[in-house]
Design a protein around this ligand. Structure first.
Ligand code: NDP
Ligand code: PYC
Length: 339
């Protein structure tokens, strides 16, 4: 068996934050990045854990993200639209800044949206969703990426892997959360297959000639496919419209034009919509949270699992025992800290 090391979550956070601080990120950026990356490892989401550190650092080095950016809340008293300008920094600190205002507006108005502009976003969306459910709110989160996915019926990269996530709060239990790419798989998964020298499952990608491929290199040079055929293609397009064009930010093809590569983290905007279930259900029979539990019980009653159940189990284990890292990953952290 290969060698592993188990680190307490706080120790891993310290190491990751120190790597970012050493690379010149200010404490706002470094702290928020370390929180999402460590959360990825803690929850066994390898495609958005420490594997993402090098991409973030490459993006800083290429001058495509500002390591010392201070996100700015644009004050619009009473509006349901809360705006945070990331000012060229990462999306995560901008979200942390906007969340309390978003939550307050959603509670007062029944629903509110947080628009983040001018940000670099490389992370999973469930940390944002859990920020909302932690406030007792339901929510939707989405953002473009860069053109790597062919629309159904097409054969060239155009849409992004455009992640889409939803959360519903639950009393005394982890929330109901789903979070996925609108491509068959996240691009990070393709990259992890390439690194491991493993073929892709069929149906994930086409090569540069538009032919189906299971070769990760050919897939990276060709195009990924949307999940669910025309349905995923349409949802991916909706995300380009709402979280790109509608919020006055870049679409996935524009992101690729701007960066000129998919080896750097994408620069665009993000849309987060928060709902107060109590406000929507007011005056109607039944408590929405109690009714939701009936639905969840019926799902689990069929031996189906709820999305994020695997992640919450991994989290409980990591919180009890620490995060297990392969020796290669420990070496990678040491190397990055020594840079
Ligand atoms: P997955 O296909 O791995 O998982 C998607 C969701 O489905 C998860 O909530 C997962 O829960 C759930 N799920 C998986 N299997 C089942 C099952 N059998 N029954 C019920 N639920 C299930 O996600 P992707 O590979 O598509 O995406 C991975 C991550 O990549 C996401 O977090 C996404 O935000 C991120 N991403 C980010 C991008 C960006 O630009 N920032 C772009 C694209 C993706 P569980 O975790 O518990 O397994
Ligand atoms: O995994 O598809 C992905 C991805 C793109 C940008 C960040 N993650």
């Amino acid at each position: 068996m290969s060698e592993t090391t188990t680190l307490p979550i706080s120790a891993l956070h310290e190491r990751v934050e120190a790597i970012f601080r050493k690379a010149g990120l200010n404490s706002v950026q470094a702290g928020a990045l370390a929180r999402v990356i460590v959360a990825g490892e803690r929850d066994a989401c390898k495609s958005h854990g420490i594997y993402r550190i090098e991409g973030a650092l490459r993006t800083v080095k290429a001058g495509k993200v500002k390591p010392d950016a201070e996100p700015e809340l644009e004050k619009q008293e009473g509006s349901a639209i809360v705006k945070v300008n990331a000012r060229g920094g990462f999306a995560n600190p901008a979200f942390e800044l906007g969340l309390p205002v978003l939550a307050e507006r959603a509670r007062v108005l029944g629903l509110a949206a947080l628009v983040i502009n001018d940000c670099t976003h490389f992370s999973a969306l469930w940390p944002e969703v859990e920020g909302l459910t932690g406030e007792g709110l339901a929510g939707l989160v989405m953002c473009p990426s860069y053109a790597t996915v062919a629309p159904t019926g097409g054969n060239k990269p155009l849409l992004g892997t455009n992640p889409f996530a939803f959360g519903w709060p639950r009393e005394g239990r982890p929330p109901y959360v789903f979070d996925f790419a609108t491509s068959v798989a996240a691009r990070g998964e393709i990259e992890l297959h390439r690194r491991a020298g493993k073929p892709l499952p069929e149906g994930w990608a086409i090569d540069a000639e538009g032919k189906p491929t299971t070769d990760p290199e050919a897939a990276l040079a060709g195009a990924m496919l949307p999940f669910g055929g025309h349905k995923g293609s349409a949802i991916g397009t909706m995300i380009e419209l709402l979280a790109g064009i509608m919020i006055g930010d870049l679409t996935s093809p524009e992101v690729l034009d701007y960066l000129g590569t998919t080896t750097l983290a994408p620069f665009h905007g993000e849309l987060i919509i928060a709902f107060s279930p109590e406000a929507f259900a007011a005056g109607r029979p039944g408590n929405p949270f109690a009714r939701a539990e009936v639905l969840f019980e019926a799902i689990v009653g069929q031996e189906a699992r709820l999305p994020s159940q695997r992640r919450f189990m991994a989290r409980a284990k990591s919180e009890a025992e620490g995060v297990v890292l392969a020796q290669g990953e420990i070496d990678q952290l040491d190397r990055l800290l020594a840079l």
